[in-house]
Design a protein around this ligand. Sequence first.
Ligand SMILES: *[C@@H]1O[C@H](CO)[C@@H](O)[C@H](O)[C@H]1NC(C)=O
Ligand SMILES: *[C@@H]1O[C@H](CO)[C@@H](O)[C@H](O)[C@H]1NC(C)=O
Ligand SMILES: *[C@@H]1O[C@H](CO)[C@@H](O)[C@H](O)[C@H]1NC(C)=O
Ligand SMILES: *[C@@H]1O[C@H](CO)[C@@H](O)[C@H](O)[C@H]1NC(C)=O
Ligand SMILES: *[C@@H]1O[C@H](CO)[C@@H](O)[C@H](O)[C@H]1NC(C)=O
Ligand SMILES: *[C@@H]1O[C@H](CO)[C@@H](O)[C@H](O)[C@H]1NC(C)=O
Length: 209
Amino acid sequence: MAMAATVAFLTTVIALSIVAAAAQSAAPAATQYNNYTVGGAAGWMFSTATNASAANYPSWAANITFNLGDYLIFNTTTNETVIQTYNLTTYQSCSTDDAVDTDTFQYGGGDDDFNLPEVISVPLTQVGPNYFFSDAFGGIQCEQGLAFGIVVHYGLGLPPSLNQPPPPPYTAPPSPSVVLPPSTLQPTGGGFRACGERLVWFDPLLWIR
Ligand SMILES: *[C@@H]1O[C@H](CO)[C@@H](O)[C@H](O)[C@H]1NC(C)=O
Ligand SMILES: *[C@@H]1O[C@H](CO)[C@@H](O)[C@H](O)[C@H]1NC(C)=O
Ligand SMILES: *[C@@H]1O[C@H](CO)[C@@H](O)[C@H](O)[C@H]1NC(C)=O
Ligand SMILES: *[C@@H]1O[C@H](CO)[C@@H](O)[C@H](O)[C@H]1NC(C)=O
Ligand SMILES: *[C@@H]1O[C@H](CO)[C@@H](O)[C@H](O)[C@H]1NC(C)=O
Ligand SMILES: *[C@@H]1O[C@H](CO)[C@@H](O)[C@H](O)[C@H]1NC(C)=O
């Protein structure tokens, strides 16, 4: 069992490495981190009057090689939302109703005060498909073009500012056979006092008497 699990894990690691290597080799070499204003001068906008989005976002995105550490700058208003998801099903649904909060994130938007300008910066922190859409107006904005997908390449990797260190590896607690040194704490008030491995409540009044 353990062996099979290890082999399966290694296979996954190797497969992911190949995907990462392929993603890296397909993209031109990155020399710096870049910020891209989504839709260019048109911004991330939707017009209720024309029932249309301000730009063709998939075609805007198609011209750019996106890398880890780049930012998408959404020049937008409170009429639109910015949803980032790694989940194709969520993206295709134009809705966050059934979204899982581990793969879908909302940045700003969803305000009841309409038409207020907003600038939302979204860092690209995960290699592979990333999808963006607005779920405002019951999904109509998304259905009408306020949506696009990109593939994020490794590039230079995450900069330190975006690179959260993983939690430290688990270390087993000391076994019961390990003898702990006696406590050197001086009594200053009521509290727990270490006594070998046991904790003993002591009363400062008793201590004084
Ligand atoms: C990119 O945008 C981020 C977030 O707004 C900002 O911290 C960073 O300075 C910008 N980088 C450049 C090169 O403009
Ligand atoms: C954002 O949009 C506003 C209003 O549409 C415009 O004045 C501004 O130049 C835009 N900013 C960028 C970075 O495109
Ligand atoms: C923003 O939403 C409000 C409320 O639905 C609407 O009246 C307004 O026309 C919208 N703005 C644009 C630019 O479509
Ligand atoms: C994409 O790049 C090509 C060639 O550089 C250019 O002709 C085209 O207008 C660009 N498309 C967009 C949407 O920027
Ligand atoms: C993707 O999102 C859908 C809802 O949009 C959810 O049912 C599904 O479990 C998610 N997939 C994964 C792999 O989390
Ligand atoms: C806008 O387009 C949607 C289709 O995505 C349609 O259902 C809706 O009726 C349209 N609204 C207007 C005001 O034309």
